[in-house]
Ligand binder design. Structure first.
Ligand code: FAD
Ligand code: DLZ
Ligand code: SF4
Length: 508
C-alpha cells in the first residue's frame, strides 16, 4: 500500500527521517505552499519567498532522484489551504492511508498532525545533534540549565575542537577575546548575493501579488535557495568572514548590516545545510591555521551550543512556553517595530534593516529591539509574534526560546540568568549609532536624554522585588540606590512620560 511522505517548508534535507523511511518506488512526497502557513503571523515577504523558492527547487531535486512528488503551489485552484487539507486531498487521490512525517518544529503543527483524520507516523527530526531524550537526560536533576555545560557535552559528543578529552587551545570558551567594538575598516564584504533565477522570479511575482500588505521589502532578493548555493555561502563565510567573526560578533554599524556574520541561519533552519557540516568546515579552518581559535570556538558554540540548547528548551518546556510572562509586562508593541517614526537611531537602524533584509544579527535582535521591548514593558507574546514574523530564519523552535527566554526573561530565567537589559552606554560602546542620533547617550535625564537610559532605571525599579537579590544585578541596584531621591524621582517621572507617549502612539 502506498504512503504519503510529508516534507514541510523547513524540512528540505535529503537525510530527512520521513524521506529515509519512505520508498520512492511506491510512496508519494507531499509538499504544499498553503495559505494557513503564510498567515499564522504576517511573515516578511522575503521569508515566504525563501521558503517557497527553496521548496520548489527541493521538489525538483527529489523528482530528479526518482521520487513522485505531489506539489501544491499557493495559487493552484485545488489547493486545500492547509497542510492537513493537502494530506487529505493527496490521500484521496492516491489511495494512501498512512503518512510518514518528520516532527515539525512547532507545537501548533505537531498538534494538527496528531489530530488529523489520517494515520500519521511522526518520526524524530534527527537533523540535530541532540535528540529530545538526550536533552531531557542532560536536564534531569539540574537546578539550572546553563548552555555552557550543555555545550561542553556537545563538544565531547562531536569531537569538534577536542584534543582527546581536552578542549583545543586549553579552554572551552574564548569569549574573553571576543566582542570588540567595530574596527574602522571592515575587511569582509558580506554575504554572497544570488541573482534570482526563473524559479525564484516566479515565486517573487507570486509573493508580490499576494503579500504586499505584509511588513518588509521583497526585492532585492538574494538568499541562497538551494543546497548548492547554501554551500557556496558557507565556503565564502568560512574563508573570508570567520577569521574575524569572534572579534566583532557583537559590533553594530550604521553603514554595514552584516559585518562578519555568516548569514547561514536561513539555510540551516530550512535544511539546506547540516549543523555538523557547518561546524566541521569551521573546525577545519582552525586546524589549517586559516582562522583563530577565538573565532572558530565562538562560531561553533553558537551552533552546537546555543542552537541545540534552545531547541532542547523549546521541546522540554512544552506548548505553553510561548505564552509565559513572569514579569507581567503588557504594553502593546509600539509602532516603531513596524517602521513607525522614531528619533532613536539604533531602533530606526535595526528595524529598517529588518524591513529591508528580513535579517538583523544577534546583538541587534537582543540588545536593540529586544532590550527596548523589555525595558518598555512590552507584552512578550507580541514580541514573540513580531520576531517570528520578521526574520527569514524564524521558526518557533528557535525563535521562541530566544525571544521569550533569552531576550524577554518571560520564562523566569530558564535561559538567561539575568535579564539582557542595558542603558545607552552599552549601545554606544558597541556601535556608531549614537553619534548620529538626536538623543544624547551621555544625558541621563531631560528632553534629549537617551530613552534607554531612562527606561533602564524604570525597569530595575519596577521589577525590584524580583531582581534585587540576583547576585549579578546587585551592583546596578546599589548604583540606583546611591542616587539622591530627587534624581530618582525625576528619572521615573520622565520614563513614565516617555511610556505614556508610546501608549498614545506618539513617536519617541
Ligand atoms: P552568525 O552570527 O553568523 O552565527 C552563526 C550561527 O549560529 C547562526 O547561523 C545560527 O544558526 C547560530 N546561532 C547563533 N546564535 C544563536 C542563537 N541564540 N540561537 C540559535 N542559533 C544561534 N536565530 C534563528 O536561527 N532563528 C530565529 O528565529 C532567531 N530569533 C532570535 C530572536 C532573538 C530575540 C534573538 C536575540 C536571537 C534570535 N536568533 C534566532 C539567534 C541569532 O540572532 C541568529 O541565529 C543569527 O542572527 C543568524 O544570523 P547569522 O546566520 O548571520 O548568524
Ligand atoms: C513558515 C512557512 C511558510 C510561510 N509557508 C509554508 C508553507 O506554505 N508550507 C510549509 O510546508 N511550510 C511553510 N512554512 C513553515 C511552517 O509554517 C512551520 O514554521 C515549520 O514547518 C515548523 O517547523
Ligand atoms: Fe540609541 Fe540612545 Fe544611542 Fe540614540 S543615543 S542611538 S536612542 S542608544
Amino acid at each position: 500500500m502506498s504512503r504519503l511522505v510529508l516534507v514541510l517548508g523547513d524540512q528540505l534535507s535529503e537525510s530527512l527521517s520521513a524521506l529515509q523511511a519512505g520508498d520512492k518506488s511506491h510512496d508519494t512526497v507531499v509538499m504544499a505552499e498553503v495559505a494557513d502557513e503564510t498567515s499564522y503571523v504576517q511573515h516578511h515577504p522575503k521569508k515566504i519567498a525563501l521558503i517557497f523558492a527553496a521548496m520548489r527547487k527541493f521538489a525538483q531535486h527529489l523528482r530528479n532522484e526518482g521520487w513522485n512528488v505531489a506539489y501544491a503551489q499557493l495559487d493552484d485552484s485545488e489547493n486545500a489551504g492547509s497542510i492537513v487539507g493537502e494530506l487529505l486531498r493527496r490521500a484521496e487521490q492516491t489511495g494512501a492511508q498512512t503518512v510518514l512525517a518528520t516532527e515539525p518544529g512547532e507545537w501548533r503543527l505537531i498538534t494538527l498532525l496528531k489530530e488529523a483524520p489520517l494515520r500519521v507516523e511522526v518520526l524524530p527530526d534527527d537533523r540535530f545533534l541532540a535528540s529530545h531524550q538526550e536533552f531531557e537526560d542532560w536536564a534531569d536533576g539540574r537546578k539550572q540549565l546553563r548552555m555552557e555545560y550543555f555545550y561542553r557535552e556537545m563538544r565531547r559528543k562531536t569531537g569538534l575542537l577536542m584534543e582527546g578529552d581536552q578542549p583545543s587551545g586549553g579552554k572551552w570558551n574564548f569569549d574573553h577575546d571576543n566582542r570588540k567594538p567595530a574596527p574602522d575598516e571592515i575587511t569582509f564584504d558580506g554575504p554572497l548575493r544570488f541573482e534570482p533565477d526563473d524559479t525564484v522570479q516566479e515565486v517573487l511575482d507570486l509573493v508580490e501579488a499576494r503579500f504586499s500588505n505584509h511588513f518588509g521589502r521583497l526585492r532585492p532578493f538574494w538568499f541562497a535557495t538551494s543546497r548548492a548555493e547554501a554551500l557556496q555561502q558557507l565556503d565564502h563565510f568560512i574563508e573570508n568572514g570567520l577569521p574575524k567573526f569572534g572579534d566583532f560578533q557583537d559590533a553594530m554599524l550604521n553603514d554595514n548590516r552584516f559585518l562578519y556574520h555568516g548569514l547561514i541561519s536561513t539555510s540551516l533552519n530550512i535544511g539546506l545545510l547540516t549543523p555538523l557540516e557547518v561546524c566541521t568546515a569551521a573546525a577545519r579552518a582552525y586546524e589549517q591555521g586559516d582562522a583563530p581559535i577565538n573565532a572558530v570556538e565562538g562560531f561553533i558554540r553558537q551552533i552546537i551550543g546555543w542552537r541545540e540548547y534552545v531547541r532542547g528548551i523549546y521541546f522540554l518546556e512544552g506548548p505553553d512556553y510561548t505564552g509565559r510572562n513572569v514579569l507581567g509586562q503588557s504594553r502593546d508593541l509600539p509602532d516603531v517595530y513596524w517602521g513607525g517614526k522614531t528619533d532613536m537611531n539604533c531602533m530606526a537602524k535595526a528595524v529598517g534593516q529588518t524591513r529591508e533584509e528580513a535579517y538583523a544579527h544577534h546583538i541587534q535582535r537582543l540588545m536593540i529591539t529586544g532590550n527596548f521591548g523589555l525595558l518598555a514593558g512590552v507584552d512578550p507574546q507580541q514580541m514573540h509574534e513580531w520576531y517570528l514574523a520578521v526574520y527569514a530564519d524564524a521558526f518557533e523552535w528557535v525563535e521562541a526560546p530566544n525571544t521569550v527566554g533569552m531576550s524577554q526573561f518571560a520564562d523566569g530565567g530558564i535561559i538567561a540568568s539575568k535579564p539582557y537589559v542595558s542603558s545607552g552606554a552599552y549601545i554606544n560602546r558597541m556601535s556608531d549609532y549614537c553619534k548620529s542620533c538626536s538623543y544624547k547617550v551621555a544625558q541621563k535625564t531631560g528632553d534629549t536624554a537617551c530613552p534607554f537610559n531612562l527606561l533602564y532605571w524604570h525597569f530595575l525599579d519596577r521589577h525590584r522585588a524580583r531582581f534585587s537579590n540576583n547576585a549579578r544585578m546587585g551592583n546596578m541596584y546599589r548604583t540606583w540606590d546611591r542616587m539622591d531621591a530627587e534624581r530618582r524621582e525625576t528619572v521615573i517621572a520622565q520614563a513614565d512620560a516617555l511610556l505614556a507617549r508610546l501608549d498614545a502612539g506618539e513617536a519617541i
